[in-house]
Design a protein around this ligand. Structure first.
Ligand SMILES: [Zn+2]
Length: 370
């Protein structure tokens, strides 16, 4: 195992922050796993600790058939953001920017570099494109902020990987994951190893989040150069490992073993691995996800639990105003998987309270809600 510590630019005077990458194994193929880019989403960090121990063992046993890079603390900036004892890990406090948005878009500069150089050998194209991605990132002007510097380091490690797992969680939730529709056949196995309840599939959710910054350039390049053989060579997903409180040892060990079994199927780890413990789940269009809001302020009572299948018209939660004796029941507007609910129990304007993944497209354009 090799530890790589990158100092982050723009640290405050008198302090220094760094980003640590743990690299296991060697070989041509590579997986990249990062945790807690939204710094208050800690199931991923807890799982990464189990992965770190297990990868050390597997490396010592000579069972790693490729490189696996692990970033257990992907966001040292957000980890330090406490406000009145509450952790604010989703947005950078100074700028209000979501830590998982606006990663560098690589397809356009790579296309300009490689126009006329891509042929009918897919392996050669993959090598050329990865090198052009790394060259593009290295040639960018110096990072203007600590956030930008951190995002570039993460993308630099991930963009040359065959498999990228970005470990997040939702508020209170069943496991779910985001990916390109074209990659879903390959992800179904991971869903079965982890017990994921639904895959949310979109080509472009509109925010240049980390997983799409890794996977989407390949799709764009394959369409830009249809005469060249360009595979969708970076299998990248955001995995939501349940809700924010799901950091038990049992959950983390199960998640780590599921991830390792999937990486073994991908050829990155040797040895014998158990079959998936769950059925694989359905992939649904992310455009089919309905966000449910309260019609007025009040205290919230949930009537269903995350992970349940709900039908149109099923009651999901009620909102109670005890001053005006007003009680509103909010129902599902689509049939599908109720995959997440809010942790806060006080309904406020603009605060989503439940998310249902359905099969029919309901929304278009930017799909991310913040
Ligand atoms: Zn997140």
């Amino acid at each position: 195992m090799e530890r790589i510590d990158h100092p982050l630019p723009w640290s405050h005077l008198g302090s220094e922050r760094s980003l640590s990458v743990f690299r296991f194994g060697q070989g041509e193929r590579k997986a990249y796993i990062q945790a807690s880019l939204h710094a208050d989403e800690l199931p991923g960090m807890r799982t990464a600790w189990e992965l770190k121990k297990r990868l050390g063992e597997l490396e010592a046993q000579g069972l790693l058939n490729g490189v696996i890079e692990l970033v257990p603390v992907a966001n040292p900036l957000g980890l330090g953001q406490l406000l009145l004892h509450n952790h604010q890990g989703r947005f950078e406090a100074g700028s209000g920017k979501n830590f998982n948005r606006d990663f560098a878009e690589l397809s356009e500069p790579v296309a300009q570099q490689l126009d006329g150089h891509l042929g009918d050998d897919p392996h050669a194209n993959v090598r050329l494109i990865r090198q052009a991605m790394l060259d593009t990132l290295a040639a960018l002007p110096p990072a203007a902020t600590q956030l930008q510097g951190m995002q570039r380091l993460l993308l630099t490690h991930a963009c040359s990987a065959d498999v990228v797992l970005d470990l997040h969680c939702d508020a209170e939730a069943a496991l779910h994951m985001y990916a390109l529709p074209q990659h879903w056949p390959q992800w179904r196995s991971l869903s079965a190893h982890l017990g994921v309840k639904v895959g949310l599939l979109a080509e472009d959710s509109g925010g240049n989040s980390f997983d799409e910054a890794c996977s989407l350039p390949w799709l764009r390049l394959s369409r830009r150069f249809p005469e060249a053989q360009i595979p969708l060579a970076c299998l990248a997903t955001t995995v939501e490992l349940g809700g924010q409180a799901d950091t038990t040892r049992e959950q983390a060990c199960a998640h780590a073993e599921g991830i390792l079994a999937f990486l073994a199927e991908q050829g990155l780890i040797g040895g014998q691995w158990p079959a998936a413990a769950h059925p694989h789940c359905e992939g649904m269009p992310f455009e089919g996800t309905q966000l449910l809001f309260a019609p007025h302020p009040g205290v919230v009572s949930y009537l269903r639990r995350p992970g349940e299948w709900v039908e149109v018209g099923d009651e999901i939660f009620e909102v109670i105003d005890p001053l005006a004796d007003r009680v509103s029941t909010v129902c599902a507007g689509t049939s599908g998987v109720l995959f997440a609910v809010e942790r806060q129990r006080y309904a406020q304007p603009g605060l989503w309270l439940a998310k249902v993944a359905g099969r029919e497209a309901l929304r278009h354009g930017r799909l991310l809600n913040d």
